[in-house]
Every structure is written in structure tokens, then in C-alpha cells.
Design a protein around this ligand. Structure first.
Ligand SMILES: [Zn+2]
Length: 396
């Protein structure tokens, strides 16, 4: 008997992964904690799975347009009803805009950090034959055509300050002949899940929140640059005058989500990466120390870090100063802007920590629950932070 009991105790303490119970669930009177419990692993996974039915969702293709329609229908069904589309044009001939700040010395990573330890090769796969799934290869075959583009967003209107908002974004386009499950189905699903929870009719926020699914990130942040060019001048204007409506509330901050699932650690000396999520995996929150709004961006980053401490179930957060190469870049000199990721973009993802990045293996089946749970923890982090920053409450 005694031995049997001991074995039971050992088996319990050796369990690899705890359940994803938000840290705040004990505080039943915390309205934000209650909102965080409305996120769950199965819903998050099923939204990622839904996005992968459109293959790599490459910009300028039918599968990209079908994915935008699907995302818009979902947002409406969540109660984020007044969806809108930003329209712009894209051609690969146009002059690229900067993806990040200039890098100071030759061996620095993008964003300004320094590489350490082992590195593995990175790149974008352009060879269809490397996709061994014939059905997916066929789905990803239609090439991109230059021309008109669209991206969708919807807005939760603030009750007290409808003229001010936080932008919560991710890019819905991908490439590499896979399903863009992680890059960036994982970020897109996170933003959609936050839209679902916060659009619930009994949730009130004092300030507005806009949920944006950028297009053309992979070609050089063209969708987010177009948004900034078209809409920055409209900030804070009431239209029509006297209506109490603000088509472009004044920007208070921008939070981007890009690749949320995979933190298996540094490549080994032979370039291979561990098969399982490392137990010390974390959510990487980055601001850009060389941005004009670095001071405010840093504060925003720490607000997410604090929300992680309160609300994320399994994985901690880390803050770093090298945000780069994602849709927060076009905002970073105008408004506090940060990115949330599985790893630091420059020194880690850029050093080959994610072997599925832009590869045919970036498909839903590559990832397991320990991976998906990192993305869920990032969702708990941003939801908690944005709910605090916008003064979210629940009407009883
Ligand atoms: Zn990405």
C-alpha cells in the first residue's frame, strides 16, 4: 500500500505540463480574470486550423482573398460587427520601406541585437516540390498578381473615450509552400480570439480597441504602411461633426503578434533543434530602443509583462529592446508600438531557432499542445493588458 501511494505521488509530481488555468482564476471578483478564462486551448487551435484551410494565404491570390472573407465573417459572428476594409495597391516593383532601424555593426542581428551561440540557416522556401503533401502543394500554386489589395479590421468602441484606441494586430498573409500555421496563423487566431472575448455585449471598455489583420506583411509590411499613410492624418476627428463617432480614434498604442507557438531553444552545434517545447519557453515582448516613441513603447511592453504575471497560466514573458520586421515598425515613431512573439525576432528567430519559419513544414500538424499553449499564454497576456489599459468591466 505504502509503496503504491508513493508511486501515485511521484506520478502526479512528474506530470510534464500543468493545466492552463489562468493564475487569476482564484480571484472571482476580478472582471479581467473572468474575461481571460473565456480563452481556451481548443478554441484557439480550431481558429488556427480554420485559417490553414486557405493554405499559405499568400497576398494577391484567391486563397488570400478567401481567407480575408472568412476572417471577416468570423469577426461579425463574434459581435465585432462593423467590420471595415482598408484598400491599397501592391506591386513587387515598388520601392521597399524599412522593416526596422538600420543595424549598427556588420555582425548584428536585424533589430540591433547580437547573435550568441549556435546558428542554423534561415530563408524563404520557393520550391513547390519541397511540399510533399500534393493537395497542399496544389492549393498553394496560384501565383500572386500585382494590383488591388484589402485588409480587414473591426473596432470595439469605448464608452468614455471613443476617440482613443489601442490597435491589436497580426498579419494574415504567409508564404513558403506550407499552411502559414505559425507565421502567422497563430497571431491572427490570437487577435480573432481577443476580438471574440472583448466583443461580448456585456463587456464595456472606456477606450476603443481596433483588431486588425494586416495583409502583405511578408512582402515588406506594405499593408501596415498603407494603413499608416491613409489613416494617421484622420486620428481623433469626429465625423460627421457632432455625431460622437470617430472613424479613426487617436492611437494610444499598437500591439503586434507574429509567430506565437514555437520556442524549442537554440539550435545545437549540428544545426538541429529540439523536438519538444522547452519547459522554460517564454513570450517575447519587444519594443524598439531606436524608435522615436521608445519611452512609451517600453512602458507598454512592461504593461504586458505585468499582465502576463497576473493572467498567463504556464509561460512567463520577457521584455527586450530589438523589435523589428513586423507590422509594428510603421507605427513605432508615431505611437508606442511593440511586438509579441515566440522568440526574439533578430537574435533568435533570425538565428534559426524556428526551423519551420517560411518552410513547407509550417503546417498545423507540425505543432502539439505544448506549442499551442505558448500562443494561448500570449493571448492571456495581451487580453489582460489591453483590458486593463482600456478600463474593461462587465455589466452584470
Ligand atoms: Zn510573420
Amino acid at each position: 500500500m505504502r509503496l503504491a501511494l508513493l508511486l501515485v505521488v511521484c506520478a502526479v509530481s512528474a506530470r510534464a505540463q500543468p493545466e492552463s488555468t489562468p493564475a487569476s482564476s482564484a480571484a472571482a471578483d476580478d472582471p479581467i480574470g473572468i474575461l481571460v478564462t473565456r480563452l481556451d486551448l481548443e478554441r484557439y487551435k480550431s481558429t488556427i486550423k480554420g485559417l490553414t484551410q486557405f493554405g499559405d494565404r499568400r497576398q494577391g491570390t484567391d486563397r488570400n482573398r478567401a481567407a480575408i472573407d472568412w476572417i471577416e465573417a468570423k469577426l461579425k459572428s463574434y459581435g465585432c460587427a462593423n467590420t471595415e476594409r482598408l484598400k491599397y495597391a501592391y506591386s513587387p516593383q515598388e520601392k521597399p520601406q524599412p522593416s526596422g532601424p538600420p543595424v549598427a555593426h556588420p555582425d548584428a542581428a536585424v533589430g540591433g541585437g547580437r547573435y550568441r551561440g549556435f546558428r542554423a540557416p534561415t530563408g524563404v522556401n520557393t520550391d513547390p516540390e519541397r511540399q510533399t503533401d500534393a493537395k497542399l502543394r496544389a492549393l498553394d500554386t496560384q501565383p500572386s498578381v500585382p494590383g488591388a489589395r484589402e485588409e480587414v479590421y473591426c473596432t470595439k468602441v469605448g464608452t468614455l473615450h471613443p476617440d482613443e484606441m489601442y490597435l491589436v494586430g497580426a498579419h494574415m498573409d504567409g508564404h513558403g509552400w506550407g499552411e502559414a500555421a505559425n507565421d502567422d496563423g497563430s497571431g491572427t487566431a490570437l487577435v480573432m480570439e481577443l476580438a471574440r472575448v472583448l466583443s461580448s455585449p456585456e463587456v464595456r471598455t472606456e477606450r476603443s480597441i481596433r483588431f486588425v489583420l494586416w495583409n502583405n506583411e511578408e512582402t515588406g509590411l506594405n499593408g501596415s504602411y498603407a494603413y499608416v499613410a491613409q489613416r494617421a492624418p484622420l486620428q481623433g476627428r469626429e465625423s460627421p461633426p457632432g455625431s460622437g463617432q470617430y472613424p479613426e480614434p487617436r492611437w494610444l498604442g499598437m500591439i503586434q503578434h507574429d509567430m506565437m507557438l514555437f520556442d524549442h531553444g537554440m539550435p545545437r552545434a549540428d544545426g538541429t533543434v529540439a523536438k519538444e517545447q522547452r519547459p522554460e519557453a517564454d513570450v517575447n515582448i519587444e519594443f524598439q530602443s531606436r524608435a522615436k516613441q521608445a519611452e512609451g513603447a517600453q512602458k507598454l511592453a512592461w504593461a504586458l509583462h505585468a499582465a502576463n504575471e497576473s493572467y498567463a497560466a504556464d509561460y512567463p514573458a520577457a521584455v527586450g529592446p530589438h523589435m523589428t520586421n513586423t507590422d509594428s515598425t510603421p507605427f513605432m515613431d508615431l505611437v508606442p508600438a511593440i511586438s509579441v512573439r515566440e522568440n526574439e525576432r533578430g537574435t533568435e528567430i533570425g538565428a534559426g531557432w524556428d526551423p519551420h519559419w517560411h518552410q513547407p513544414t509550417d503546417v498545423y500538424a507540425t505543432f502539439n499542445d505544448a506549442d499551442f499553449r505558448l500562443g494561448l499564454n500570449a493571448a492571456q497576456t495581451t487580453l489582460g493588458a489591453v483590458a486593463r489599459l482600456t478600463g474593461a468591466t462587465r455589466a452584470e
